[in-house]
Design a protein around this ligand. Structure first.
Ligand code: ADP
Length: 589
């Protein structure tokens, strides 16, 4: 079995406390920080996603409206022509050309214009190709136009073998049907559809139901090609927002616009917005790479991460600093407690010693009384014997008388000693009385005279011969001055050894009605950085066992209690001066 020392035990305790405080100080603030970050990040990401998707939807809605208007206007152009010009008139040579020029003046959206009789024969044509006389009776667009009156085709190659799409309108006149057909300028239409710009990768294009491109695509894909990726068809009038439900779903303008994420083969995922156009036969696709669309989200992640890391580091640093400070404080207060404990043990031993000394003094007083009365008896007997002539005066009688006088002197000395021991034993309570400093201070210095001489220190007194009365507890004031004299002795021995030291004790009468007791020495002095601490309890520079660090703090308290002040001046290697200033009693007080 191993036994640990008290030092080890307290070190273990400090380590445990340190671990506990550290873990708590790190974990406890981390939980709210993480919660705030997770919740904040979640709502922030959600609001950015909602915002991005909404703006994508809005762009799709605006674009849809613009393309639909373009197609409607072009169709209305043709409807207006068939309603204002007859078949005869329009097939007149040169008439179609002037109609075409008029159309181009307003919109310049068409590439050519042609007139067909009800058998599908191209009876008049104005445009860059030679199509007059060709028969379109079996052409899909022609059949559709005859059936529905109006037809807007998908992009197709046709007779001219170039991708294009046409708008055709049928006119019924009395006894005949005829059709006007215009080819939409592919370049112009392409530009119209592609013109949007969203971020770096945003684009718009049209596909038909089969997924065939009806316009070029910026990210790759020419007219009439079929892109590799298959995106879901938008459901007319139904929101199939597969990516995220958003609040703009209720806006009527945004009705019919779907948003979703889709992975292009081998490429980054795209955010799509799609909707039907041209009576559900074309799909307008607006798309943007996910990383581009949610760039704001990505760019805010870095600062959030940075805040996280810095916040975490601050918490950890604060935890380490504070824990260190707490444990140091604990160690310090434990050390002070242990010291105080030692002091208490010492003090109680002193108190016991004081009591014992008082008891001895009391006990010794009785035999002293008896010796004193016996001496009086001897004196009376001697006097009677001299009177009766039994003893003749002479040298022997003188010697006996001298011995008796010596007994008196020594008895008086003994009673002075026992009286002061008894007085010391009763000094626990403060007993203020009127004292004359001019008398008290020489008495106190007298007590250390011998010790000073032994250490080669001259004890100089500068005490005026006039009374300086103060109200104070004599034994406490004595304790203060003795402590200063002892400290001065120690400092002198440290600096000077056993020769050349001096202590000068002065008493000054100040003009402001106070007296100053000054104790100056030429000892080692006090370092500047220690000056603030010397009145603090337990501050000592003396080796263990010699100094307790309590002397000056107790002196300071005593002087303050007496209504006085205690100050110090010192220069390292030169010496130190302590001054105690006390209020002096005025006449009549
Ligand atoms: P202790 O004497 O037990 O150390 P004190 O409270 O009386 O406790 O003194 C505290 C410290 O002040 C001393 O350890 C010493 O460093 C310094 N000090 C006190 N008096 C003097 C002096 N006259 N000269 C130099 N240093 C002194």
């Amino acid at each position: 079995m191993t036994t640990s020392t008290p030092h080890q035990r307290s070190q273990d305790l400090y380590a445990r406390v340190k671990r506990f405080v550290l873990i708590n100080m790190i974990v406890v603030p981390f939980i709210p920080l993480l919660l705030a970050l997770i919740i904040g990040n979640h709502s922030f990401s959600r609001s950015i996603k909602d915002g991005t998707i909404n703006s994508m939807k809005r762009i799709a809605a605006d674009h849809r409206q613009m393309i639909e208007s373009f197609l409607l206007e072009r169709k209305n152009d043709l409807v207006m022509i068939v309603n204002t010009i007859s078949f005869e008139e329009i097939t007149q040579p040169g008439r179609l050309m002037s109609v075409f020029s008029n159309l181009q003046r307003t919109a310049s959206a068409f590439a050519d214009l042609g007139i067909f009789d009800e058998n599908g024969v191209h009876v008049a044509y104005h445009g860059p190709f030679d199509l007059t006389g060709k028969n379109y009776h079996d052409a899909e667009w022609f059949q559709h136009t005859l059936e529905n009156g109006v037809y807007i085709s998908d992009v197709f190659l046709g007779v001219r073998n170039i991708p294009h799409f046409v708008i055709a309108v049928m006119k019924k006149e009395v006894g005949r049907k005829w059709v006007i057909r215009a080819t939409v300028d592919s370049q112009r239409f392409n530009n119209l559809v592609r013109q949007i710009r969203i971020g770096k990768t945003g684009e718009a294009y049209l596909i038909n139901r089969q997924g065939v491109l009806q316009t070029d695509r910026r990210s790759g894909g020419n007219l009439m090609e079929t892109p590799a990726e298959k995106i879901p068809l938008p459901a007319p009038g139904r929101e199939i927002d597969t990516f995220i439900h958003n609040s703009a779903g209720t806006d009527p303008l945004l009705k019919g616009i779907d948003t979703f994420m889709h992975n292009d083969a081998g490429a980054d995922p795209f955010l799509y917005a799609t909707c039907w156009l041209k009576d559900n036969s074309w799909i307008l696709v607006i798309r943007q790479e996910k990383s581009d669309a949610f760039m704001a989200l990505e760019s805010t992640r870095l600062p959030i991460l940075f805040i996280c890391v810095i916040g975490g580091l601050c918490i950890v640093a604060a935890a380490f600093t504070l824990t260190g400070a707490i444990v140091r404080k604990m160690e310090q207060s434990d050390t002070e407690k242990a010291l105080l404990n030692q002091q208490l043990i010492g003090a109680s031993r002193l108190a016991e010693l004081g009591e014992m000394a008082a008891g001895f003094a009391h006990e010794i007083n009785n035999p002293l009384q008896i010796i004193s009365s016996e001496r009086s008896m001897i004196q009376v007997l001697l006097d009677e014997m001299v009177e009766a002539g039994q003893l003749t005066p002479g040298e022997s009688l003188d010697q006996v008388n001298e011995s008796v006088n010596q007994i008196i002197t020594q008895l008086e000395r003994c009673s002075r000693i026992t009286a002061s021991i008894l007085k010391f034993g009763r000094q626990s309570e403060s007993r203020e009385e009127e004292l004359d400093l001019a008398v008290l201070i020489p008495e106190i210095t007298q007590m250390v005279q011998k010790k000073a001489e032994v250490n080669g220190i001259s004890l100089l007194r500068d005490i005026p011969q006039v009374p300086l009365r103060v109200r104070a507890d004599a034994s406490r004031l004595q304790q203060v001055i003795l402590n200063l004299l002892n400290n001065a002795t120690d400092a002198i021995i440290e600096q000077q050894g056993s020769t050349g030291g001096f202590i000068r004790v002065s008493l000054l009468h100040n003009d402001n009605g106070s007296a100053t007791i000054r104790v100056r020495d030429n000892g080692s002095g006090i370092k500047q950085e220690d000056m603030e601490k010397i009145f603090s309890p337990f501050f000592t520079t003396k080796p263990v066992g010699k100094g307790t660090g309590l002397g000056l703090s107790v002196c300071y308290g005593i002087v303050q209690q007496m209504g006085g002040q205690m100050e110090v001046e010192s220069r390292v290697g030169k010496g130190t001066t302590f001054s105690i200033t006390l209020p002096i009693l005025k006449a009549g007080e």
